[in-house]
Write a protein that binds this ligand. Structure first.
Ligand code: DC
Length: 218
């Protein structure tokens, strides 16, 4: 029988963690949750309801009442830089993180029919959400490489944007995500570090695949 495993992937904005997670989930037949989408969906709801993001209590009231199982996570609007920035701004709120933590753990521990494991990607998966994950990856890349990727992605989504603005947004987001008090972006001590600056997506996948296969043989 195949081992059922949990894989945690963390990394900064546009590091390639999402692409890696998707490829691994498909190859190994694991259930996958992009946890950034929960934060982006929260940002989307706040914007839709015209709530001031600095009004912490009102933000929490809205998120607490919402059933995220009803949300259309495929909505391309979630991918905009505006929503990404707002998600980053509210992601420092402890109570919000607590609500979303419940969703993430439920997903990780529930039975997924026909799946051999689960993969979650985000900022604090290996440190807070799934500290006991069987395999942890921490994905990084240079600011320049990440700007280039994010810029191309936004263009392909039809969102006109200036590279300089994309770079500033990523730099600001790195700073906020890494320096916040609650669950900052840091590599778990037992995480495998992958620098994707000079690697194609497939090379990154092959590297991570090897680590998982080695684990499965133990
Ligand atoms: O991965 P992403 O760009 O979709 O995430 C958007 C924001 O959500 C990110 O800047 C910080 C927040 N986030 C978080 O704080 N913790 C996570 N596990 C995932 C995302």
């Amino acid at each position: 029988m195949k081992k059922h495993i949990t894989v945690a992937i963390d990394g900064n904005a546009a590091s390639g963690k999402g692409t890696l997670a998707k490829k691994l989930a498909e190859y190994f037949n694991y259930a996958y949750l992009d946890t950034g989408k929960l934060y982006r969906a929260s940002a989307f709801l706040i914007k839709e309801k015209n709530v001031d993001y600095e009004d912490v209590q009102e933000v929490i009231n809205i998120i607490k009442e919402y059933n995220f199982y009803d949300f259309n996570f495929k909505d391309n609007l979630l991918k905009s830089d505006e929503i990404g920035k707002l998600a980053s701004l509210i992601s420092g709120y402890k109570e919000l993180r607590q609500i979303l933590l419940t969703y993430q753990r439920k997903f990780a521990y529930k039975h997924h029919h026909d799946k051999f494991g689960v993969i979650l990607d985000g900022r604090d998966i290996g440190t807070v959400v799934l500290p006991d994950a069987n395999i942890k990856f921490f994905v990084t890349a240079s600011l320049e490489a990440r700007t280039e990727r994010r810029w191309k992605e936004l263009i392909s989504l039809g969102q006109s944007t200036i590279k300089r603005h994309v770079e500033k947004d990523i730099r600001d987001r790195d700073k906020r995500d890494s320096n916040r008090k609650n669950s900052p972006l840091i590599a778990s001590q037992d995480a495998i570090l992958i620098d994707t600056t000079k690697l194609e997506a497939n090379a990154v996948f092959l590297l991570a695949q090897k680590h998982i296969e080695e684990y499965l043989l133990t």
